[in-house]
Design a protein around this ligand. Structure first.
Ligand SMILES: [Ca+2]
Length: 321
């Protein structure tokens, strides 16, 4: 369906309607995005302006064509028969290898770069940034954060590591090479997990929304609401950006979701239970840590105070754990 009027300048249909409940007919709700137009869906004054414009354009059919065509328009736009919820694909994990992981590491952020693991750990007095050897679990380099700071998610932008510390209201920016501090940026609200791709930092905050932030200013430039099977999905935690998609583990669940941020839909739910043995689970906290290894196409998975880190492949449900 094509709308019989021009869109507001600079807004594509997807962007225009992403913030509301509308989606043009024929627009696929499934993945793939080569860029991120959602960067334009913003908060604050621009968000307010967008809503006003959306109301104006949604009422346009009524003004020109009368009640009946307008009714059909709204049915098609606001939850008509083609506004089907995307049903996520059910997936599982196949463990390729298990490696030692520091059981004292309260893992909050995990990423892979050039053959090494980078990890952010939390808890006051125990928060660190560390570089870890995968095979041995040995911590090759670490920086202890100030005792008052609670480390959170970790993202990489070029040669800069972004470590969230939302309880302190700032993101710490470190040099990838020597862990020297480069700077910090303030932000408000919570910040749990973070990852970077295609010019955008994605940040979870415990809600069902992902914030889109500028990698230079760290300003919030937009938000996208995440739905799974038609319902909001909250408590998104540690993140991993892979090929335009965002993988997130859900707090207090042995579950990883695959999100298409261009449409705000969960396209896959990955069962990540049974990685630890029952005795290992007793001392461990929740699953929290996803890193993608581009060299192998596999993921590395661990959790808070987990004694192991797992190299895994994502497989169809029934073929894995
Ligand atoms: Ca990650």
């Amino acid at each position: 369906m094509r709308f019989p009027y021009p869109y507001p300048r600079g807004w594509t249909p997807r962007v225009f309607f992403q913030g509301g409940r509308c989606r043009p007919r024929g627009e696929s709700a499934s993945p793939t995005t080569d860029d991120h137009p959602l960067i334009r869906v913003s908060t604050g004054r621009r968000d307010s302006a967008m809503k006003k414009t959306q109301v104006f354009y949604c009422f346009l059919p009524y003004r020109f064509f009368g009640v009946v065509p307008a009714l059909f328009f709204f049915l098609g736009c606001n939850g008509g028969p083609d506004r089907q919820a995307v049903q996520p694909e059910r997936l599982s994990l196949r463990v390729v290898a298990a490696y030692p992981h520091d059981p004292e590491a309260f893992t909050q952020g995990l990423l892979w770069h050039a053959g090494k693991l980078y990890e952010s750990t939390g808890l006051r007095g125990r928060s660190t940034l560390r570089r870890v050897d995968l095979q041995t679990g040995r911590v090759e380099q670490r920086v202890a954060l100030d005792g008052k700071i609670f480390g959170e998610g970790l993202g990489l932008v070029g040669k800069r590591l972004f470590q969230l510390t939302w309880q302190s209201g700032k993101v710490l920016i470190w040099s990838l090479d020597d862990f020297s501090i480069i700077g910090e940026k303030p932000y408000s609200g919570e910040g749990w997990g973070i990852c970077f791709q295609r010019g955008v930092l994605y940040m979870s905050d415990g809600s069902d929304r992902l914030q889109l932030r500028d990698p230079v200013t760290f300003r919030e430039e937009g938000r996208v609401a995440i739905r799974s099977g038609g319902r909001p999905l909250a408590k998104l935690n540690e993140l991993e950006c892979v090929d335009g998609l965002v993988y997130a583990n859900v707090w207090q669940k042995d579950e990883i979701v695959r999100i298409d941020p261009a449409v705000g839909e969960v396209t896959g739910i990955i069962n990540a239970s049974n990685l630890l043995t029952p005795s290992e689970r007793k001392k461990a906290d929740v699953l929290n840590g996803i890193a993608f290894v581009p060299e192998t196409g596999r993921f590395l998975i661990t959790g808070k105070l987990w004694p192991k880190l797992f190299e895994v492949e994502i497989v169809a449900r029934g073929d894995g754990l």
